[in-house]
Design a protein around this ligand. Structure first.
Ligand code: HEM
Length: 627
């Protein structure tokens, strides 16, 4: 029957380990209708045993609208996760609301209304039809008892449970929050393993082919939900996860795909692109004419393929390239390769442990960091989702489909020059023996093993409370110089330019990887002459919600600003010695850790060079599937 919606939950397929329930049912659509949203609620009241409630949301991206327009319609299938208590075999009440959109933009809603659904492994049903009003009353009563966050409002529409101005528990996410995770790309909220990494830059020659490519690529793109579950499974069963595939588009890429200009993500830097002279001026970048060839071209898309093993990465990379058809050009490729020190910790090419401090968005990660941190918290690692996620304006439902702005910069490292600069600084400050290591630590802010220079004068304490620190006991930089890299890129309340809470708004989520192979061992002491002068570096990558407030701000107003940080209004500390771009001047250092006497030394030479980069938006899976 046209225009009708099932009328029953067809069957309950299975109850999953943590109380989830698989449901499916029929849906038949009129010719000009498509499914916009399907909300499903199930609950068991305390009177029926241990109470449980579950919600699920399905949207058009997961539903074959074309098939549903044929006789007999098509099936929807979705999983409802227990959000309160635990769903057990036994009677439950359920209902579902489908929002159907017509060609002219108007919407119709249809209710499924069933009670006494039996939840068990065999799919036994005991369905009796009920009237909508009765169910709505019953639902409201259950919602009141169980405090279901997505309770039906008086208007009959479900409330949005996705709060971007909050952190998120992925394990208990329900409703819109769960839908968001199903459609968000992996590696955004939590880093994905990318020990072996391929970064492919593409240009689309034909709009339809570009769209087909992305649609087919979407099959390989892992959702955040799947990634997080894979990590959990690995912890409990040791089963390795699948490869990471991520995809980002430039503003030019959206235009090449023919996406309506009003639906293209609107960040100003993203719209301009990194080659634009305004971006260059802002970031103090060298002219694009000096960049490596692929970055001088107009890039439409980036595809990242990451895995723990080279074989895994190569096989998935082949699958990506198999989808590249005639009009799509691979402009260039970078190959990332993790570097490690003797303890197995990930290091960058100057030899320092990297990736220690990160903003955390997931409640589970925040709890884990707190558990692993001794003592009181002086630095709150929690950041709200709106520091990394933005609503995806080109997705079918921007209210729940999210993406993230992604910055990519290829930063070549002249290791020989940096190592020589460390030696020169040690000599200028009169450091000797084991204390020589402190020179490099003064440039970075941490010793090579990750030990914080603001905490102690020697290496050897790399992990405890690694991200739980600030510079309040070191306002003058007598322990860790003000200009040290980690102090410039995250002053932790000591910048002197803004209030601490405002300073936190500039933090981004770094997801970089080193590139280039070494014949020397980057983790041990060797003379600078045996170090490479090029061909190795960092593929700097970071997720942002707003480039102007995050990456651009940090590069322009902090890193390249000789007057930052300056908590006491003293002399200008100079540029970030590791990555600062611009004129470098003499620096002030304290030869004895935490003592007042300072010495002025020659400028640290620039050892990091930008070889190219671009701004991207990593869209939701719903966008990719619906192209
Ligand atoms: C080749 C270039 C770079 C090198 C060698 C480098 C190296 C490092 C190292 C060794 C750390 C300490 C480990 C950690 O705290 O996670 C670090 C931290 C950090 N870096 Fe870089 N970095 C580079 C480029 C950049 C760029 C371009 C930015 C942003 C504009 C950046 C932003 C950060 C941030 C935000 C932190 C964490 C600071 C904190 O929260 O305490 N880095 N970097």
């Amino acid at each position: 029957m046209r225009n009708s919606v099932g009328g029953q939950f067809d069957r309950v397929l299975e109850i999953e380990a943590r109380g989830g329930v698989w449901l499916h049912g029929p849906l038949e659509l009129a010719d000009d209708q498509r499914l916009s949203k399907l909300y499903v609620w199930l609950w068991q009241t305390p009177g029926n045993g241990p109470g449980g409630a579950a919600t699920a949301v399905l949207d058009g991206a997961h539903f074959d609208n074309a098939a549903a327009r044929g006789a007999g319609g098509a099936e929807w299938r979705t999983r409802a996760d227990a959000i309160h208590g635990e769903l057990r075999a036994g009677p439950a009440i359920g209902m579902a609301l489908a929002i159907l959109r017509r060609g002219n933009g108007s919407t119709d809603s249809y209710w499924w209304s069933d009670s006494n659904i039996r939840l068990d492994h065999t799919g036994v049903r005991g369905l009796t039809t009920d009237v909508n009003t009765k169910l709505a009353e019953a639902f409201q009563a259950a919602a009141d008892t169980l405090k279901i966050p997505s309770a039906v409002s008086t208007a009959g529409a479900p409330k949005d449970t996705l709060e971007l101005d909050n952190t998120l528990s992925w394990k208990t996410a329900a409703g819109n929050a769960a839908t968001m995770l199903e459609h968000l790309q992996a590696n955004i909220l939590r880093p994905h393993v990318r020990e072996h990494l391929s970064v492919l830059f593409l240009r689309f020659g034909d709009r339809a082919e570009g769209r087909t490519f992305l649609r087919k690529l979407a099959v390989l793109v892992k959702s955040a939900r799947k990634h997080l579950q894979e990590v959990e499974d690995f912890k409990t069963t040791g089963k390795p996860g699948t490869s990471y595939v991520g995809v980002g588009l430039t503003h030019a890429g959206y235009a090449a795909l023919g996406v309506d200009a009003r639906r293209i993500p609107g960040d100003a830097s993203f719209t301009r692109g990194m080659k634009d002279p305004d971006s260059r001026d802002k970031l103090h970048d060298p002219p694009a004419s000096t960049w490596e060839p692929p970055y001088r071209e107009e890039i439409d898309a980036v595809v990242l393929v990451g895995d723990a093993t080279d074989g895994g990465m190569a096989a998935t990379r082949d699958e990506v390239l198999d989808r590249v058809t005639g009009s799509i050009t691979v402009l260039g490729e970078e190959t990332g390769l993790g570097q490690h020190n003797g303890s197995g910790a990930g290091i960058e090419h100057f030899g320092y442990v990297d990736g220690l401090s990160q903003p955390l968005f997931l409640d589970e990660d925040i709890e884990a960091e707190k558990d692993n941190t001794p003592g009181a918290l002086v630095w709150d690692p929690r950041f709200h989702l709106d520091r990394i996620l933005v609503k995806d304006p080109a997705a079918p439902d921007p209210d729940v489909h999210c993406g993230s702005y992604f910055v990519f910069r290829k930063l070549e490292q002249n290791v020989r020059r940096f190592k020589q600069a460390e030696n020169d600084l040690a000599q200028a400050l009169g450091l000797s023996g084991g204390d020589c290591q402190r020179a490099g630590a003064m440039l970075v802010g941490r010793f090579r093993d990750g030990t914080l220079l603001t905490v102690q004068r020697t290496p050897g304490a790399p992990l405890a409370g690694s991200n739980n620190f600030d510079f309040s006991a070191d306002a003058n930089g007598r322990r860790c110089p003000l200009q040290a890299h980690i102090r410039t890129v995250n002053p932790r309340g000591s910048g002197g330019m803004e209030l601490p809470a405002a300073e936190r708004m500039h933090i981004m989520a770094r997801r970089g990887q080193t590139y280039g192979e070494r014949t020397d061992d980057p983790g041990i002491d060797l003379p600078p002459s045996s170090r490479p002068t090029g061909g190795v570096g960092l593929l700097f990558m970071a997720f942002n919600a707003d480039f102007g407030q995050q990456f651009d701000f940090v590069q322009e107003r902090w890193v390249n600003n000789p007057g930052f940080p300056n908590p006491n209004g003293g002399a200008e500390p100079g540029l970030d010695p590791v990555i600062g771009l611009g004129a470098r001047k003499e620096g002030t250092y304290f030869p004895i850790w935490d003592a007042a006497a300072s010495r002025t030394t020659a400028a640290t030479p620039q050892a990091v060079t930008l070889k190219g980069g671009e701004y991207f938006f990593m869209p939701s899976l719903a966008f990719l599937r619906n192209l």
